[in-house]
Design a protein around this ligand. Sequence first.
Ligand code: DCP
Ligand code: MG
Ligand code: MN
Length: 352
Amino acid sequence: KGGTKDNTDNNPNAETIKVLQAMLDQHTLSGDDFRIRAYRLAIATLRAQSKKICTAEEARALPHIGRIADKIEEIVNTNRLRQLEYALDDPQKKIIGRFLQIYGVGQIQAHKWLAQGFRTLDDLKNKADLNTNQRIGLEHFDDLNTRIPRREVEALASCVRETARVIDRNVELIVGGSYRRGADSSGDIDLIVTKKGTTSTSQLAPFLNRLVDTLTREGFLTVALAAHHGGIDDSDGGSKWHGCCVLPERAFPGPPSEYRPIWRRIDLLLVPQTELGAALIYFTGNDIFNRSIRLLAQKKGMRLNQRGLFSNVLRGQGNTRVNEGTLLEGRDEKRIFEILGVRWREPHERWC
Ligand code: DCP
Ligand code: MG
Ligand code: MN
């Protein structure tokens, strides 16, 4: 997932990285967070090397490699990784892997379908009970599994901006997620919606409703994929809209003969100006970077979430939070790094 900001092709460890990436994909399929993190870190370390790493000993001397060192030696020596080939040969894993590629399908649902005897996407289409999200995920399976080139992310954002400007010219739209980290392609587009002078998401909600209505009428938004029902998801105190969009032909950044309408996943995220810095950190990610910066805040007796950096957080037994703490900073991304006492990291430096 995600990591396209790389120079893997002309890296001396390109072959090793390719195999480790395939192994990472396997662990991603089984949702093994511990190994996902370990592999992502090891791959990032290898990518940063200017020399080929050939032995386990050399590998172990590098940061964040740990037990993957032996695998690196195996790959260099044999051009393969037995554990990976084993995993790729397992027919049940293959089926689960396929089911997990459907938008919104997780481990539990995938295993349930397997236990019910379904083996292929066609089985699901024809015989399974599907909710709206799952039906959309299946109908647009190929589109939703195709990465979005950077130029198309920009073209999609421009479409939203054009319509947004007519509704409220003071609203600002910022593309976050992997795009903001500089990726050459993204899994979806994460669009932060903010406006000067706002202090709560509810002040932006009427704008979002009008934006979604208009973009839907224009045919740009094709479906809402709510966590539950209705459009806007406010489960975490913020307001988000999840759905799909299609780039209109007039906005296609390439030769018209190459245009094809592709369904893309889009997230619209409402953020009041007072929380913009914290939201930028959260929605820029990546997820691993977020986890480590939050942990760091916690170690320093503070708390960081998508709304702000807080101090005086009281913790009781079992590290449970007793109060919310007081807001130190929410507005300014750089200031949050400063208060945390960590070096400023440009978005493109936040890959883990
Ligand atoms: N995020 C997070 N933890 C999660 C999910 C998301 O911290 N479990 C944050 C970090 C992500 C950002 O939200 O960078 C956007 O989430 P995406 O799932 O859209 O991930 P990316 O934009 O990073 O990658 P992709 O190109 O796959 O969309
Ligand atoms: Mg994204
Ligand atoms: Mn997203």
